[in-house]
Design a protein around this ligand. Structure first.
Ligand SMILES: C[S@@+](CC[C@H](N)C(=O)[O-])C[C@H]1O[C@@H](n2cnc3c(N)ncnc32)[C@H](O)[C@@H]1O
Length: 246
């Protein structure tokens, strides 16, 4: 059986919320991989990289997901060193997304459970400074705390709920260094909750079927009109979709 990570992002509602914030990308890097819930539930990128200091977590992830995730690389190294070095060598750009789910600062914990590897406050500060220097799209999960809020003040904040290992409902923060994306890497989970997600899927399916019933010539005209509207929208949107913070 798969080990459940406290603070793991595999709960329904939690991984949906995070994946709904991930813009299109070719390379996906998840440092502090643990059970790797986001990498596991989102559509694979052309290249996926997981980093953790806990070797059994990497081995377990590799065993379970190697066949389903193309070009998967797992690195048993310190995430801080990996991020610093990787950015320096490869100069990650807009086609790269980095998702970070570090151990929570110790003063936000409600349970006494600990990872084999923890970060000191000094290391959290160093991580945030590295994250701010990355030249790509970055998302960071944490429990609400002053250090992150202060350091990432200019980042966009998405608040959501999760259930902690003691059953308590907790608020979690997801910080993003980019504007809210409309184009997503994986749009299967759009909608704020399960009911809305099902409504959206049904509405899209219903309309699609309706249009597929039209005579071909009408369908093609409709498609052409939609395309021209969308091209305008896309040009404007992609032009504006810039990182809103460093
Ligand atoms: C909050 S958990 C990640 C949970 C994961 N998102 C999930 O859904 O299962 C944090 C992980 O960070 C790892 N870790 C702690 N310090 C690290 C470091 N300096 N470098 C790399 N990984 C580290 C721990 O081993 C742990 O697996």
């Amino acid at each position: 059986m798969t080990k459940r990570y406290f603070g793991g992002k595999g709960q329904p509602g939690v991984y949906h919320t995070i994946i709904n914030q991930i813009p299109p990308h070719k390379t996906y890097i998840e440092a502090f991989l643990g059970g790797g819930s986001i990498m596991k539930y989102k559509k694979p990128a052309e290249r996926s990289i997981g980093v953790d200091l806990h070797l059994p977590a990497l081995q377990q992830f590799e065993m379970a997901h190697l066949p389903s995730i193309a070009a998967l690389e797992l690195h048993h190294v310190n995430a801080l060193e990996f991020l610093k070095y990787g950015n320096m060598v490869a100069k990650w750009g807009k086609e790269t997304v980095v998702y970070l789910d570090p151990p929570y600062p110790l003063d936000t914990r409600t349970s006494n459970a600990r990872y084999a590897n923890e970060l000191t406050d000094q290391q959290h500060l160093e991580l945030l400074s590295i994250a701010k220097s990355l030249n790509c799209h970055v998302l960071i999960s944490t429990y609400p705390n002053q250090m992150y809020q202060h350091q990432l003040e200019s980042w966009r904040l998405v608040k959501h709920k999760s259930v902690a290992s003691n059953g308590e409902v907790r608020e979690e923060n997801l910080y993003c260094n980019f504007a809210e994306p409309v184009y997503l890497h994986d749009d299967r989970y759009i909608g704020e909750n399960n009911d809305k997600r099902m409504d959206i899927t049904r509405r899209i399916e219903r309309n699609k079927r309706k249009i597929l019933d039209w005579p071909e010539v009408e369908r093609v005209r409709f498609l052409n009109e939609l395309k021209s509207e969308m091209t305008e929208f896309e040009n404007e949107y992609l032009g504006n979709f810039t990182r809103n913070a460093r």
